[in-house]
Design a protein around this ligand. Structure first.
Ligand code: NAD
Length: 357
C-alpha cells in the first residue's frame, strides 16, 4: 500500500470514523467512511470498483462520504454523510456470500451508517445485504422498497442541466443542444432518455463497449471512445461515470459551456478546478446538488413514505441550482463552494441546537 497517513487524511477532511472490513472466504475488502452524523445517520451508497490500490479506494471512500454530507444537507434530509467502497470487479467478483459478509459488518455499526446502491451495485444486491442487516435502503419494490434510485438521480441531474442552460443560454430548453454523456450506466441511460425526448444531439462513451452499443442502438445516438469525449464540440459535458474527470488536463480540452452530470466528485480539486472552470466561462452545476434525486428516494424508503413524495421533493433542484449560480456570480465564488457553504450552514445550525440536552 502506498505510504499515506490515514489519520491525517481522515482528520483533514473531518471524518468521524473509517471502518475496514475483510472476510477471507469471499475475498471481501470493504471500506466504510462515516463523514458527519450531525443531521442523522450517515447514508450513502456502496460502490464496487476495480481500484488500482487500497490508497485509491480509501481516498474514494473519504471523498465520496464527504460529498454525501453536503448532498444530504442541501436536499434538506435528516441524514449525515457516509459512503462505502468494495474493492473488486463487480462483474467478476461479486457474490451473495460477499454481499452478506458485508451486510454483517454494516449490522455491527448499529445504524450509524445506512447503505444503498452506487456504481457496480443494484437493487438485487441490496436484497443480499438485507439478509444480514436492516441498515440498507434502495431495496427492490417486490421487497417493499422503493427500487432503483437512478431515475430520480437522472431527473434532478436533468433539472440541473436545464437550470444551467437557463443561466448560460437564457432559455432552459435543451432542444438542439449537443451533449456528451460519459458513462451509460443506470443513471446515464435515464439521462439519455430525457435528452432524446427533448431533441438533443447526444454523444456517449462507456468503459464497457457493450453498454455503448446498447444505448447507441436503442436511442440512435453517437458512440465515442473513452478519450475522445473530452475533445467534442458540445454545449454540455455530462460526467456520469466516476469522479475527478474535471481536472487540469480535461479543462484544457473541454469546449463546452456547461458541465452538468450525475457523477460524484467531478472536480479533481474543488477549489482549483471550480475556480478554473469559472475563469474559462464554463458553468459548473454542483454535482452533489444536481444528483441528489437518488438519495431523496432512498431516504423516502428509510422514512417509509412514497415515490410521489420523492418526485415532489426532487423539484427543489432547479430553483436551488439557479440560486447557486446567481450567488456565485454575485460573490465571485465558484459554484461548488457556494453550494458547500449553503449545505454547511444547515449542519452548523443543527449542530448548535444540539449543544444543550
Ligand atoms: P453504474 O455503475 O450503473 O454506471 C457507471 C458507468 O460508468 C458504468 O457503465 C461504467 O462502465 C462507466 N464508466 C466507468 N469509468 C468510465 C470512464 N472512464 N468513461 C466512461 N464510462 C465509464 O453507476 P450509476 O449508478 O449510473 O452512477 C453513475 C455516477 O453517478 C456515479 O459517479 C455515482 O456515484 C453517481 N450517482 C449515482 C446515483 C444513483 O442513483 N445511482 C446517485 C447519485 C450519484
Amino acid at each position: 500500500m502506498e505510504d499515506i497517513s490515514i489519520f491525517e487524511e481522515v482528520s483533514g477532511m473531518g471524518h468521524e470514523q473509517v471502518v475496514y472490513c475483510h472476510e477471507k472466504s469471499t475475498g471481501l475488502k470493504a471500506i466504510i467512511a462515516i463523514h458527519n452524523t450531525v443531521l442523522g445517520p450517515a447514508l450513502g451508497g456502496t460502490r464496487m470498483w476495480m481500484y488500482e490500490n487500497e490508497a485509491q479506494a480509501t481516498n474514494d471512500a473519504l471523498r465520496l462520504s464527504r460529498g454525501m454530507t453536503f448532498k444530504n444537507s442541501i436536499a434538506g434530509l435528516n441524514l449525515g454523510g457516509g459512503k462505502a467502497v468494495i474493492i473488486g470487479d463487480a462483474r467478476k467478483h461479486k457474490s451473495e456470500g460477499m454481499l452478506r459478509a458485508y451486510g454483517r459488518f454494516l449490522k455491527n455499526l448499529n445504524g450509524k451508517y445506512i447503505t444503498a446502491e452506487d456504481v457496480g451495485m443494484n437493487a438485487n444486491d441490496m436484497e443480499h445485504i438485507a439478509a444480514e442487516t436492516s441498515y440498507v435502503s434502495g431495496m427492490p419494490e417486490t421487497r417493499g422498497g422503493l427500487g432503483d434510485p437512478s431515475p430520480f438521480t437522472a431527473y434532478t441531474t436533468y433539472m440541473g442541466m436545464k437550470a444551467a442552460a437557463k443561466k448560460q443560454f437564457g432559455t432552459d430548453s435543451l432542444a438542439g443542444k449537443k451533449v456528451s454523456i460519459q458513462g451509460a450506466g443506470h443513471v446515464g441511460e435515464y439521462i439519455i432518455q430525457h435528452l432524446v425526448k427533448e431533441g438533443c444531439e447526444i454523444y456517449v462513451s462507456d468503459f464497457y463497449e457493450d453498454r455503448v452499443k446498447d444505448v447507441v442502438n436503442k436511442y440512435g445516438i453517437k458512440g465515442v471512445s473513452l478519450d475522445e469525449i473530452y475533445d467534442l464540440d458540445v454545449d454540455i459535458y455530462s460526467p456520469c461515470a466516476l469522479g475527478a474527470t474535471v481536472n487540469n488536463e480535461t479543462l484544457e480540452r473541454l469546449k463546452c459551456s456547461i458541465i452538468a452530470g450525475c457523477a460524484n466528485n467531478q472536480l479533481a480539486n474543488e477549489k482549483i478546478h471550480g475556480d478554473l472552470a469559472m475563469q474559462k466561462g464554463i458553468l459548473y452545476a454542483p454535482d452533489f446538488l444536481i444528483n441528489s434525486g437518488g438519495v431523496i428516494n432512498v431516504y423516502a424508503e428509510v422514512i417509509k413514505t412514497s415515490k410521489d413524495w420523492s418526485w415532489n421533493k426532487c423539484e427543489f433542484v432547479y430553483d436551488q441550482t439557479l440560486k447557486v449560480f446567481e450567488q456565485s456570480a454575485a460573490q465571485n465564488i465558484n459554484t461548488q463552494q457556494v453550494a458547500i457553504d449553503i449545505a454547511q450552514q444547515r449542519i452548523d445550525q443543527v449542530a448548535a441546537i444540539k449543544s444543550t440536552y
